[in-house]
Design a protein around this ligand. Structure first.
Ligand SMILES: [Zn+2]
Length: 214
């Protein structure tokens, strides 16, 4: 009776499908571009962050368009259940209370989380322009291109130095332009904002439209 069951399953699947016509059998041409796809992965990774102020995501892609690492900003991996409660998240200047002295950036985590892959020649997608410390890691790991979504503070020391580091190392730096079918990813659904630009809350835009509409 196994054969009969198989036939029944096939009939059932066929009943649910739209009839195949010459038009429906053509290759779909509206798929999203690679850049939009990988920045989308970086954005959804950012949603894992426990940082109350800044959520950043990163995604490393090899020359064959395969994702070989993802990461988001978080505290050092000490206790898998309570990592993010063991260190401070605020910005008080005293070193015991300053998150900047403890947090691992998304780019760093994407690099160290690489899935056993050689990331020489890879591209890193990040929702925020990398700081100087992450740029050192980017250079040392052999990444050749950085695609970023926003750079709110280009004149701040850590980002200006980062630019010098990346440019001197001949790493291609590209600002991402949201477009195509994923334009909704970067737009607020309320009336306050329209399109992403430096200073906008990228992540709330993403949360509001991507997870529930796309
Ligand atoms: Zn960094």
């Amino acid at each position: 009776m196994a054969t009969g069951g198989e036939e029944q399953d096939i009939r059932h699947e066929a009943d649910d499908e739209t009839p195949i016509t010459p038009e429906s059998s053509k290759t779909r041409t509206s798929g999203i571009e690679w850049d939009q796809y990988f920045m989308g992965v970086a954005l959804i990774s950012a949603q894992r962050s426990k940082d109350p102020k800044t959520q950043v995501g990163a995604c490393i892609v090899n020359p064959k368009n395969r994702i070989v690492g993802v990461g988001y900003n978080g505290m050092p991996d000490i206790d898998i259940k309570h990592n993010d409660d063991k260190f401070p998240w605020d910005k008080q200047t005293h070193y015991t209370k300053n998150k900047h002295l403890y947090v691992c950036h998304a780019e760093m985590n994407a690099i160290v989380n690489k899935m056993g892959a050689d990331i020489q020649g890879c591209t890193l997608y990040t929702t925020k322009y990398p700081c100087n410390e992450c740029s050192k890691l980017i250079i040392q790991s052999g990444i050749k291109k950085v695609v970023f979504l926003e750079n709110k503070e280009p004149d701040r020391d850590i980002y200006a130095a980062s630019r010098i580091l990346l440019q001197t190392a001949n790493i291609v730096i590209k600002e991402h332009t949201p477009k195509g079918d994923l334009s909704g990813l970067y737009e607020e659904s309320n009336t306050n904002t329209t399109k992403i630009s430096p200073g906008k809350n990228v992540h709330s835009c993403f949360r509001r439209s991507m997870l529930f509409q796309v």
